[in-house]
Design a protein around this ligand. Structure first.
Ligand code: ZN
Ligand code: ZN
Ligand code: FE
Length: 757
């Protein structure tokens, strides 16, 4: 039998995911000799042996890699036959791994969970148990290569038992960088009533459980930051958490102990189950059961509930000991970023939490929980962060030069591109303050170092007041300004690996337009490199500027004034409720000045929600639209008529006609849930009609739907159905959010495409 040797190179997320032990096991099983090791490009392998086993080895490598690995490329070539007898794992060399990819954090695997819950196991009850298949990654990595010394585990010296596992190629923990146990690893601590327990004393977990059972609010140090917890069914505890956090209405997420417990709260379909139990463990937005044992303050007036399952041993232990679900929300006051450094957390959360359950493993990168919902069986990300970041997104075409895209302002992310990989950052937050701006700039530096990227091109939004724009303009690189809604559509194209051109529909709150006005109800003919504005909502003044965002009734006043040509019926509830300021706000809208015109679809939703009595003022972004969506009766299929007006090569959408139809129906006594449904259906028809006009004029039959308004599942579902009925191919988001969290990917795709030109 002839012997042969093959050199193999594997690229992708292949370090820190158990790849070398997997290769070692596979080769040994097949009786092959050789070597496997990490280097700066990923994993290199040489296998030597009989022709058939070598073929089998290569097939298994490509077809059945370890679960956490993402293989981007496998290349093979001949190697000299040396007659070696054994298969060995090469030790890491200094400087390796610079271009290899850091893995996202991974939820506790079943094998680790079994150990943690097995009284006979040496890791029984140990809150920091992990292995090559699971555990902290991105949140603890300080530098590359991914080795313990470059993580926040550097300060913990492995005990002899752990070191034995770490060095044993046959062990599940072989080369698991954060490997540890109760004898050598991080420890829990408890600070609160009954005094402070320094790490390692008392039983912090039991004390935390007692506090929660008594209705207390507990701060818990997790993977990417501190959370605030309270019993989900305990109304006074949840209400206290809300009041102290200054979070009035925005729903809280709930952590359930396991899938069965989640099913007692919500409906869970197979796609949602896959998400809930998968390695990323995001918060999944689920349909809440009518009798779900959850306090009213958890998600007031919401048919949906954000649910997540435990993703660290600490969460598993806490939930098992408690035996019931908890609210788990980011540790911050209102819109500040989540606290992740111990001293900062004690200071900022001291007024909210009754006690702290902490530990002594530092968090290097603040990373919020991800939020995902399921649309037609596929992921629709709302926030892409822990568990997903920094896994790169493959681009259809490699960028000529590395790109840094600086993102927008709200729900901020940035994105670095090198060749055909886009690294979209963790969720930074709203870039309105020093703390988040610092997270952004430090994040950029961290990503540049981790992935060895020096951007030659810097992409930014056109809004001159965005902090991300101002920062970009100071950078020493070629600058590319990308219009906000073009970035949204390009984000959807990149998300789907499509180059365009397409009919792009970008509906959102606000974005800076080419003409200096605020856009947000846009139909674009767009490819990656460029776009034309094909249609848009008729601009309407925003009386009071940003005040109109917080007070949707102001948009109602502006729209109704147009809809009824200055003669608004006084019997409308929205007029009565706001009678004191109505005339002044209408005057402001007519006069201009502090009433910038906007074609925003988000503002149209606000106006209609206020007219329908959903709410006149909001406490979180998009609240009126979110509640208006839930008001709608999904059984209603008819829609208000809304003709599009052609003006030259462009069309406009008269939003005021829809507001008029809504107001007339309400005055005629039509139920609000019917009105809300008819409005949603009308907007879906507007989408389809606008795209039909574009198809007639330009022959484009693919549509991309993007922008925060398309987080509205009722609208999204109706629009996609109508478009598909009319023969369109429809692209929606699956890898990055349709909201501004996805804008950085779009900016990067545009900048890379222009760099080709
Ligand atoms: Zn594990
Ligand atoms: Zn140990
Ligand atoms: Fe936007």
């Amino acid at each position: 039998m002839s012997r042969r040797a093959v050199a193999v190179r594997v690229e992708g997320v292949v370090q820190g995911v158990g790849f070398r032990p997997y290769v070692h096991g596979l080769a040994t099983r097949l009786g092959l000799a050789g070597i496997v090791g990490n280097d700066e490009r990923g994993v290199f392998i040489v296998v030597e042996g009989g022709g058939a086993p070598v073929e089998e080895f290569l097939a298994a490598l490509a077809g059945d890699p370890p679960p956490l690995a993402t293989i981007e490329r496998i290349s093979t070539g001949p190697a000299p036959v040396t007659g070696r007898r054994t298969f060995v794992i090469a030790p890491s060399a200094a400087g390796e791994g610079r271009r290899a990819l850091v893995s996202p954090d991974v939820a506790t695997c079943d094998a680790c969970l079994r150990e943690v819950t097995d009284p006979a196991d040496r890791r029984h009850g140990y809150a920091f148990t992990n292995c090559t298949d699971c555990g902290p990654r991105f949140t603890i990595v300080r530098d590359v290569p991914y080795d313990r010394a470059n993580t926040t585990m550097a300060g913990f010296l492995m005990c002899a038992d752990c070191a034995g596992e770490y060095h044993d190629p046959a062990d599940r923990r072989f080369h698991a960088q954060p490997v540890c146990c109760a004898a050598c690893g991080p420890r829990l601590g408890f600070t609160g009533p009954g005094g402070t327990g320094p790490p390692g004393t008392g039983d912090p977990l039991r004390r935390a459980v007692r506090l929660l059972r008594a209705g207390g609010v507990l701060a818990v140090k997790g993977l990417g930051g501190y959370h605030l917890a309270a019993l989900a069914a305990h109304e006074p505890a949840v209400a206290a958490l809300r009041a102290r956090k200054h979070r009035e209405d925005k729903p809280f997420a709930v952590m359930a102990g396991d899938l069965d417990e989640a099913r007692r709260l919500c409906e869970v379909d197979p796609a949602e189950e896959r998400l809930l139990t998968g390695p990323a463990r995001p918060v999944v937005l689920l349909r809440r059961l009518p009798d779900a044992p959850v306090a009213p303050s958890v998600a007031p007036g919401n048919r949906w509930l954000g649910v997540l399952l435990p993703y660290t041993p600490l969460h598993h232990l806490l939930l098992r000991e408690l035996g019931r679900p908890i609210v788990l929300t980011s540790g911050n006051v209102s819109d500040e970023p989540i606290a992740y450094r111990d001293e900062d957390a004690l200071e900022r959360l001291g007024g909210i939490a009754d006690a702290f359950l902490t530990h002594d493993r530092p968090i290097h990168v603040r990373t919020d929980d991800s939020v995902v919902r399921v649309f037609r069986g596929r992921d629709l990300p709302i926030r892409r962060s822990r568990g997903y970041v920094p896994r790169p997104l493959a681009l259809a075409r490699a960028a000529p030069r590395p790109v840094l895209a600086c993102g927008a302002e709200l729900k901020h992310t940035f994105c670095l591109v090198k060749e055909d990989r886009a690294f979209v950052s963790h969720h930074i937050g709203d870039l309105g303050n020093y703390e988040t701006l610092r997270s952004f700039t430090e994040g950029v530096e961290h990503f540049r170092r981790l992935f060895d990227i020096t951007p030659g091109v810097v992409a930014h939004d056109l809004h001159p007041e965005y902090l991300s724009t101002k920062w970009a303009l100071d950078q020493d690189a070629d600058l590319v300004g990308v219009q906000h809604h073009h970035a949204h559509v390009a984000s959807c194209l990149a998300d789907n690996g499509v180059a365009g051109p397409v009919a792009g529909v970008a509906f959102d709150g606000l974005g800076y337009g080419l003409d200096g006005t605020l856009w947000g109800g846009e139909f674009l003919v767009a490819g990656l490199a460029g776009f034309e504005r094909a249609g848009h909502l008729v601009p309407v003044p925003m009386p009071g500027g940003v005040t109109a965002i917080r007070q949707p009734w102001r948009m109602a006043a502006a729209y109704l004034d147009l809809a009824y040509e200055g003669d608004v019926p006084e019997d409308l509830d929205v007029v009565r409720r706001n009678a004191g300021q109505w005339a002044a706000v209408v005057a402001l809208a007519r006069r201009g000045g502090n009433a910038p015109p906007t074609s925003s679809m988000g503002r149209l939703f606000d106006a209609v929600a206020a007219v329908a009595g959903v709410r006149d003022a909001i406490t979180y972004e998009g609240q009126a639209a979110v509640e208006f969506e839930q008001l709608a009766d999904p059984a209603v299929d008819d829609a208000y008529a809304c003709g599009l007006d052609l003006a030259g090569t462009r069309f406009t959408v008269p939003g005021a006609a829809l507001v008029r139809a809504v107001a007339d129906d309400l005055r005629a006594g039509v139920p609000r849930d019917v009105v809300a449904a008819r409005f949603h259906n009308a907007v879906a028809r507007v989408v389809a009609d606008g795209c039909a006009l574009i198809r007639e004029a330009r022959g484009l039959s693919t549509v991309a739907l993007s922008g925060g308004v398309f987080q509205n599942l009722l609208l999204l579902g109706r629009a996609v159905t109508l478009l598909e009925e009319r023969g369109f191919t429809v692209l929606t988001h699956h890898r990055v959010p349709p909201n501004d969290g996805g804008v950085s990917l779009g900016q990067a795709a545009v900048a890379a495409a222009r760099d080709h030109a």
